[in-house]
Design a protein around this ligand. Structure first.
Ligand SMILES: Cc1cc2nc3c(=O)[nH]c(=O)nc-3n(C[C@H](O)[C@H](O)[C@H](O)COP(=O)(O)O)c2cc1C
Length: 173
């Protein structure tokens, strides 16, 4: 499948089948995040692989997204913003947000390419999640990404993208 096919066919998955993911698949997904574009070369984000059932249940609760604990793996992307702040005086938070989003999107698109479902979740209670996963205080939790085989019975709603004519301008706004 080409990238445009993957983009057109992906839709969010919140409910997963019981099928597990092999270690090679998990490493492959991590690689896709590692190879995301990075403007600074600082790589301030880190990824927690959550496979423990109780932890997944708690993540599902704290993000207010039911069923994501059915995923065999939940990736949690966290950022050490101080690494950016040590180098750039301004816009550290924007840089962190951009980089984590690029890593998250790469991971999700690789999951799609492997025939797996995923969700990108940002509604995260920082304090609860840090406590739950033992994340240091100076980190920011940016993404929660459950990945696994989609439960085919749970169809998700996919909004239509805007028409190109509604968002594109030629030469000037
Ligand atoms: C930046 C971003 C943040 C999101 N945050 C959440 C979230 O906090 N909770 C949630 O249930 N879904 C979240 N989603 C999933 C969206 O609800 C979902 O992507 C949206 O319904 C569009 O559907 P699609 O991904 O199938 O195109 C998020 C998606 C994106 C791209």
């Amino acid at each position: 499948m080409t990238i445009i096919d993957l983009l057109k066919n992906r839709s969010v998955t919140y409910k997963f089948s019981e099928e597990k993911l092999g270690d090679e698949t998990i490493i492959d997904l991590i690689d896709s995040a590692r190879y995301a574009p990075n403007p600074t070369g600082i790589y301030e984000y880190e990824i927690i692989i959550v496979m423990d059932d109780e932890e997944k249940r708690e993540i599902s609760k704290t993000c207010l997204v039911p069923n994501i604990d059915s995923a065999p793996v939940i990736f949690v992307i966290v950022c050490d913003e101080t690494k950016i702040k040590n180098v750039f005086e301004e816009n550290a938070d924007e840089i962190c947000i951009d980089n984590a989003a690029l890593a998250a999107h790469s991971l999700v698109m690789r999951a799609q390419e492997l025939g797996l479902g995923s969700a990108m979740i940002t509604n995260i209670n920082q304090e609860e999640m840090k406590e739950l996963l033992n994340i240091p205080k100076n980190y920011i939790v940016r993404w929660v990404i459950p990945v696994g085989h989609s439960d085919e019975t749970a169809k998700s709603y996919k909004p239509s993208p805007p028409k190109a004519g509604d968002i594109v301008h030629l030469d000037r706004f």
